[in-house]
Design a protein around this ligand. Structure first.
Ligand code: ZN
Ligand code: ZN
Length: 154
């Protein structure tokens, strides 16, 4: 994995233990950026908050979070984060050519994991989210799915 320090200056974070999982590949739309994952996600969630609607360009974000040690990043990417805080909770990384293949490096949020939007795996058998955050902010036409808990906030 390329050495990409977190903006706080950290290069190695203490993350959750990794459990071996199936070999999964997430790619951007043009294929220049790939993320190979060989561990089970520690967390899968959706979020219908208005911030996630804007960042995903869709009705909700849906992301799986993996221990950093189980993710191999191959290809170029650029990154972006809110600069208001010296230790941002999330750094958003993505392919500089097509803008896809987004992944998240973490600060205080799920420290030591990498978050990958589930759609980048293009896998109909990918496990469902445990819960969906900020359900009251969803588009009004979106009805409740079976399975995940629907939370009013974080
Ligand atoms: Zn691309
Ligand atoms: Zn959100």
């Amino acid at each position: 994995m390329p050495e990409t320090p977190h903006p706080s200056g950290q290069t190695a974070q203490i993350g959750p233990p990794a459990t071996p999982g199936p070999d999964r590949i997430a790619t951007c739309e043009c294929g220049a950026l790939t993320l190979r994952v060989t561990v089970q996600p520690v967390h899968i969630h959706g979020c219908t908050c208005t911030k996630c609607q804007r960042s995903s360009g869709s009705v909700m974000s849906l992301s799986a979070w993996f221990p950093e040690s189980g993710v191999t990043i191959d290809g170029p990417y650029t990154s972006w984060f809110f600069t208001k805080t010296p230790d941002p909770a999330l750094v958003s990384c993505f392919c500089p050519t097509c803008g896809g293949g987004r992944f998240f490096r973490t600060g205080d949020y799920l420290r030591g994991t990498i978050g990958i939007p589930v759609g980048s795996f293009a896998d109909p058998d990918f496990p469902p989210p445990d819960h969906i955050h900020w359900w009251p902010d969803r588009p009004r036409w979106l009805s409740a799915p079976h399975g995940p808990d629907l939370l009013e906030g974080n």
